[in-house]
Design a protein around this ligand. Structure first.
Ligand SMILES: Nc1ncnc2c1ncn2[C@@H]1O[C@H](COP(=O)(O)OP(=O)(O)OP(=O)(O)O)[C@@H](O)[C@H]1O
Ligand SMILES: [Mg+2]
Ligand SMILES: [Zn+2]
Length: 478
């Protein structure tokens, strides 16, 4: 049988096949398979050997030939290097770990290069720092650095390398041996011996592992920029996330100035931390007190507003919900949702009517999540219920309260997943109170926790009834 000369690689999940499929058998993505020539094994080996050879001459610690006990391994006293940005250090788990690989993903134009150039600019005051600008010319980077306030006099230790060829970059890393280097971006790199286009799965994977070998051997911390696909995953598949030590996402609303840095994987620290920045003309500013950024316009909350904490995978997001109920002029009232699952919305309306006694069947009802966000998960139910109730009574919920819980058909509040994550996020963003399902084990988050069993309890807690209303139940609106 003739030996296959090409393989078919899925650009989404990285699986390889001997034949072409319209749909990836592994991850079911359509049209994600691309043909790639199989690189002669000898060539890949020669790259690996060249990496090994050149490092033998260096005084880097030799890899152990046989297994050792933990006690035999000397303390390296590797202190984490401060990156110059406290917000970045926080997300990294205290600073840059020597020899670690950090992958930074984010939408085009969100500010990845700005962030890393800003970091390099602060690092180079202490160490030589290498910035591989594979996507831009050195001139373009210089232009950006001038915008960030860098002058020629104070940038003598910042080395720019406008290069896409992997071997040249590896050589430069080995000869310069900077403590920290930036690769902007991995999709632009090219290993000539590999017969695949830059940005393809094979290239991205091969380049990353070659970079990783040099980084570990020479104790260089690498920050690698990765572009994201239209669904927000780092392009070039999950394999990349497995290779590196830390995966960070840089995100934000393109129309607003704040940017969030989140870690989704970190071998050296917690993954729930977020770093908050603000994009200004002079680059990225750190936002030390993010709650002000998010709560700045919340001094005058509108009736019918409630704040919830949704989880996007492992990423908690505090989101404002707005509801509006008003008398209908149609024979059947309108129910419209934006960013909320409409079936759940109808269910919550039914629970409020039947279990709480709020007469909603003659009222139009609208609910929307702020910022065009889609929060289709049960944990937002309680927030929707309270927002509806607040709009019905024309009352406001305290803007520093978050609501978390699923609403059952019997009017009970059910437990939700990742409560811990959600409460941490609310506390981090400066919220003061959380109304949550009863029965959860709670640690101290710096939040006042109000556990509730029923939706009615949550209504009482979120929209306290004044004594006058209590005396006159007809007017309590319940
Ligand atoms: N003069 C300026 N004033 C304010 N903000 C600016 C200015 N110039 C650029 N920006 C901001 O910087 C952003 C571009 O940043 P940057 O090039 O770092 O993004 P990136 O994530 O590296 O993009 P790419 O994916 O294209 O590499 C712009 O979207 C804009 O918000
Ligand atoms: Mg860039
Ligand atoms: Zn696939």
């Amino acid at each position: 049988m003739a030996k296959a000369k090409s393989k078919y690689v899925c650009n989404q999940c990285g699986s390889e096949f001997a034949q072409m499929f319209g749909r990836c058998p592994d991850c079911s993505a359509w049209g994600s398979l691309i043909e790639e020539a199989i690189a002669p094994v000898a060539e890949i080996h020669s790259l690996a050997q060249s990496i090994n050879k050149s490092s033998k001459t260096k005084n880097s610690p030799a890899a152990p030939k046989s297994s050792v006990t933990l006690a035999q391994i000397g303390d390296d006293h590797q202190t984490k290097l401060p990156s110059g940005y406290e917000e970045l250090d926080r997300v990294l788990g205290g600073g840059i770990v020597p020899g670690s690989l950090v992958l930074i993903g984010g939408e085009p134009g969100i500010g990845k290069s700005t962030l890393l150039l800003g970091m390099a600019q602060q690092l180079m005051q202490r160490y030589p720092t290498l910035y591989v600008c594979a996507e831009e010319s050195a001139q373009q980077v210089k232009l950006r650095s001038q915008r960030l306030g860098l002058t020629d006099a104070n940038s003598s230790q910042l080395y720019l390398l406008p290069e896409t060829d992997l071997e040249t970059i590896l050589q430069e890393l080995r000869s310069l041996r900077p403590p920290v280097a930036v690769i902007d971006s991995i999709q632009a790199l090219y290993f000539a011996n590999l017969n695949a286009a830059p940005g393809s799965v094979s290239q991205v994977r091969e380049c990353t592992s070659a970079l990783m070998r040099v980084a570990k051997r020479e104790n260089i911390s690498l920050f690698i920029v990765g572009h994201v696909t239209k669904d927000g995953a780092i392009a070039g598949p999950k394999v990349l996330e497995h290779l590196v030590d830390t995966v960070l996402y840089f995100e934000g609303d393109r129309y607003a100035t704040h940017r969030l840095l989140r870690s989704v994987k970190n071998r050296f620290g917690a993954t729930q931390e977020i770093g908050v920045f603000e994009m200004v003309e002079q680059g990225l500013l750190e936002v030390r007190n993010p709650s002000e950024l998010f709560l700045g316009n919340r001094d005058d909350p509108a009736p019918g507003t409630a704040t919830i904490v949704a989880c996007e995978g492992t990423r908690p997001l505090v989101v404002e919900l707005q509801a509006l109920v008003s008398p209908t002029s149609y024979s059947s009232p309108r129910r419209t949702t934006t960013g909320i699952e409409s079936n759940r919305f109808l269910q919550i309306l039914a629970v409020l009517e039947k279990r709480i006694g709020i007469p909603l069947s003659k009222l139009d009802a609208y609910v929307s999540a702020a910022g065009g966000l889609n929060v289709a998960e049960p944990a937002v139910d309680l927030g929707v219920a309270i927002a509806l109730c607040a709009s019905f009574r024309d009352r406001t919920v305290d803007p520093r309260t978050v609501l978390i819980g699923e609403v059952g058909l019997g009017g009970q509040v059910r437990a939700v997943s990742q409560l811990d994550l959600r409460l941490k996020e609310a506390a981090k963003l400066g919220f003061k109170r959380a109304i949550i399902p009863n029965g959860a084990v709670i640690q101290d988050y710096g939040l006042e926790i109000i556990p509730v069993t029923k939706v009615l309890d949550a209504i009482v807690a979120a929209l306290p009834v004044t004594s006058k209303m209590k005396e006159d139940p007809e007017h309590s609106d319940l």
